[in-house]
Each structure stands twice: as structure tokens, then as C-alpha cells.
Design a protein around this ligand. Structure first.
Ligand code: DC
Length: 234
């Protein structure tokens, strides 16, 4: 972070904030808003998994063939571009910001996330993107534990499975999608099992992380809590 005193500019070491947590804990929205409040970058690591997933799908890859998936990850050219207030995701020169958010990509991202070799490629990519950004909030599953273990602030956002399922259900309803609550809950629990049981980079509470249970909180309250943690220096 650079501070200017008169005509003297002092560059302080980069500030890194990691936010990990299960699906539906609110971490994505919270991370985005926290970064905006602090005026620093947002590193959406889920988008890197999604971009590789989309590349594999476009190439018609066999999702069980982890060797082929690693090759696809290695050859992927993934970057982020700020456009006004939003962050665009580029894959091989094309804007895939929307294409990576489909249900098919969500479902297939499991194969990329569980492939050790793909994770290695993406961890390296995320560190490189982080170095370019300098000060940033990164969000994912393994950010405080694996990717940026020396982060200044490590946050773990949690919420009960019921609350997380209800949030997903409400979001789908707001988009006009017809979904069954029981199915959404089952999906969330399956995602938890997969995220937590992965051999490499499983979802864990990183050592030294501050745990925030967002169950009874609105997104505004979550962001306010995170801001107070950062501003208080812990
Ligand atoms: O957070 P998301 O739904 O955009 O994540 C997409 C996929 O990538 C999902 O399968 C979880 C996985 N993921 C991961 O394994 N590690 C990360 N740091 C971020 C996402």
C-alpha cells in the first residue's frame, strides 16, 4: 500500500486478506464488498477453477482423466480485468465472466478442484495474480491454509447448512428458478463433503483464522464486522 506525505511516497508491504468458507457462507459477496470498502483488489479464486472447467468442457475432455485436465489447466491463459466496478474474467483472450457461472460449470468444477495437478497450477497462478495486485482480498477454500499462509488477516466465514441452503434457495427464487429446498440442502451438504474430504487443499479453518458465523447476519453486518477486524488490526 502506498502512502504519500508531501512529496514523499512510502510503499508499505502488501496487505493480504484471505476469506475461506463453505458454499453459501456469504464469502464471495463479503470479499467483494470488503475489497471495495478498502479500495483494494479482489481475487476470486473460484473463478480460476471455473475457467479451467469451462476450457475442459469446451475441449470435450474426459473429466475423469486427470492427466488431460492438468494439461488443460497448464495451457489455460486466465486473467482478470477491471471494468468499471466489475471484474471481468478472461480465458484465452475471451471474456467468460458469465459463461463460468452456469450450473454445468459449477457441477463439473468438482473434477478440476479434486485433481492435484490442477490445484498446483492454479495455486501458482493465484500467487502470481496476487503479486501483481499487491493489496487484495482473496476468496476461496484454501487461501489462508495453502495459497497465502502468511496473509495479514485470515477470515473463515461459516453458517449452518440450513441457513446456507435457504440463502441459495432465495437467490434461485429471485432469479425466477423453480428449485426444491430439500434438493438445495442436499446439494450444499454434498459440496461440504467434497470440499472437506479432498486430499489436496481441502476446506479447513486455517491456523490463526478469525471465525465469523454469519448465520444470523445480513451481508451488511458481515462486511461491517470484517471491516472492524481489519481496522482494529486483528
Ligand atoms: O467458489 P466457487 O463456487 O466459485 O468455486 C468453484 C469451484 O472451485 C468449486 O468446485 C470449489 C472450487 N474451489 C476450490 O477448490 N478452491 C478454491 N480456492 C476456490 C474454489
Amino acid at each position: 500500500m502506498a502512502y504519500t506525505f508531501g512529496n514523499l511516497s512510502v510503499r508499505l508491504p502488501a496487505m493480504i486478506i484471505t476469506i475461506d468458507g463453505p458454499a453459501g457462507s456469504g464469502k464471495s459477496t463479503a470479499a467483494r464488498k470488503l475489497a471495495a470498502e478498502l479500495g483494494i483488489d479482489f481475487l476470486d479464486t473460484g473463478a480460476t477453477y471455473r475457467a479451467v472447467t469451462l476450457r475442459a468442457m469446451k475441449l470435450g475432455a474426459d473429466m475423469e482423466d486427470s492427466k488431460a485436465l492438468v494439461q488443460i489447466a497448464r495451457q489455460a491463459d486466465i486473467s482478470f480485468r477491471r471494468q468499471g466496478r466489475s471484474l471481468k474474467v478472461l480465458l484465452d483472450g475471451q471474456d467468460v465472466s458469465e459463461a463460468i457461472r452456469t450450473e454445468d460449470v459449477s457441477r463439473n468444477s468438482y473434477y478440476i478442484a479434486r485433481a492435484d495437478g490442477c490445484r498446483q497450477v492454479l495455486v501458482e497462478l493465484q500467487r502470481r495474480l496476487g503479486r501483481q495486485m499487491g493489496n487484495f482480498v482473496s476468496e476461496g477454500r484454501d487461501q489462508g491454509s495453502v495459497v497465502f499462509p502468511d496473509a495479514d488477516f485470515k477470515i473463515y466465514l461459516d453458517a449452518s447448512p440450513d441457513v446456507r441452503a435457504q440463502r441459495r434457495f432465495d437467490e434461485a427464487a429471485a432469479r425466477g428458478e423453480k428449485v426444491e429446498y430439500a434438493k438445495v440442502l442436499e446439494d450444499i451438504m454434498q459440496r461440504d463433503r467434497r470440499d472437506q474430504s479432498r486430499a489436496t487443499g481441502p476446506l479447513v479453518r486455517p491456523a490463526g483464522a478469525i471465525v465469523v458465523d454469519t448465520s444470523g447476519m445480513t451481508i451488511e453486518q458481515v462486511v461491517a464486522r470484517l471491516l472492524s477486524i481489519v481496522r482494529a488490526g486483528r
